[in-house]
Design a protein around this ligand. Structure first.
Ligand SMILES: Nc1ncnc2c1ncn2[C@@H]1O[C@H](COP(=O)(O)OP(=O)(O)OP(=O)(O)O)[C@@H](O)[C@H]1O
Ligand SMILES: [Mg+2]
Length: 240
């Protein structure tokens, strides 16, 4: 049976209203989305671009570089990881999960050593992680340990690194390898506040360190020992 005039009209108006709805939704997303693509990042890491948040000067937005997405990295892998779903190689996703876990902790103290997390936002370069943007007390950008340590160790820096290591252990801040270029030293009235800005979370494929504290503690000790060795290697050699 052919549809009557009325039913055709209803279907047509339904289709019209649903595509109108979709258009409105896409426009809403487009206008709400942070526009970063044509702005200059503050920092370019090996994996991500770090932009100042367009609406909050004291926050940064980190997005994956197009060549470092899970799918892009999967293509480059030669080992078994090329057979895993792309999400297993997406560092951004892992970090979001890690931050969400930190948010469930009652401790305020951990935000002294990890930039405060402000959630995620859609951007024209994919999902962005929004965190506190750190500055030294004179307004300059903090250096990471990779660039600071070759200038030599000072009492203040050593105290800051010591406080950071204790916090990683006591507050159980799970991390991938503690690499000096992922740790910044923020100058605060004559002292240093040392913070982990990247590599937060658990890198294990099977996250036993998230499930069992015993494994987590052992792993953290190992990571801290390696971190000390990496720092020592960066220090200038004393001239004899
Ligand atoms: N919240 C922050 N406040 C101030 N500086 C920051 C912050 N986050 C990152 N930085 C600076 O930007 C650099 C790059 O950031 P990040 O380590 O997050 O990028 P990445 O691409 O993920 O790094 P990687 O090269 O380890 O993959 C850091 O080394 C640090 O100097
Ligand atoms: Mg990094």
């Amino acid at each position: 049976m052919l549809p009557g005039r009325h039913s055709v009209k209803t279907r047509a108006s339904q289709t019209g209203s649903s595509s109108y709805g979709k258009l409105r939704l896409s426009l809403w997303f487009f206008f709400r989305m942070l526009k970063l693509r044509h702005t200059r990042p503050l920092f370019v890491g090996g994996t991500r671009y770090c932009f100042q948040h367009p609406d909050h000067a004291s926050r940064c937005v980190k997005v994956l570089r197009p060549d470092r997405t899970g799918a892009a990295r999967k293509l480059l892998r030669q080992d078994f990881k090329r057979h895993l779903p792309a999400r297993f190689l997406d560092d951004q996703r892992k970090e979001i999960n890690a931050y969400r876990e930190l948010l469930t902790r009652p401790s305020e103290a951990l935000w002294r050593h990890v930039p405060r997390y402000h959630g995620t936002e859609e951007t024209d370069m994919g999902i962005g992680i929004v965190t506190q943007l750190m500055r030294n007390d004179d307004g300059s950008w903090p250096q990471n340990l990779q660039s600071l340590l070759p200038q030599g160790m000072t009492e203040e820096l050593s105290a800051g690194i010591g406080e950071f290591k204790r916090a990683v252990k006591d507050l159980r801040i799970l991390s991938r390898d503690l690499l000096p270029h992922n740790i910044i030293a923020v100058r605060e009235r004559g002292s240093y506040r040392v913070m982990l800005v990247d590599g937060i979370g658990n890198a294990e494929l099977i996250p036993i360190s998230t499930w069992w504290q015993f494994f987590a503690d052992r792993k953290t000790d190992r990571k801290l020992r390696r971190f000390e060795q990496r720092c020592a290697l960066l220090l200038p050699t004393p001239s004899s």
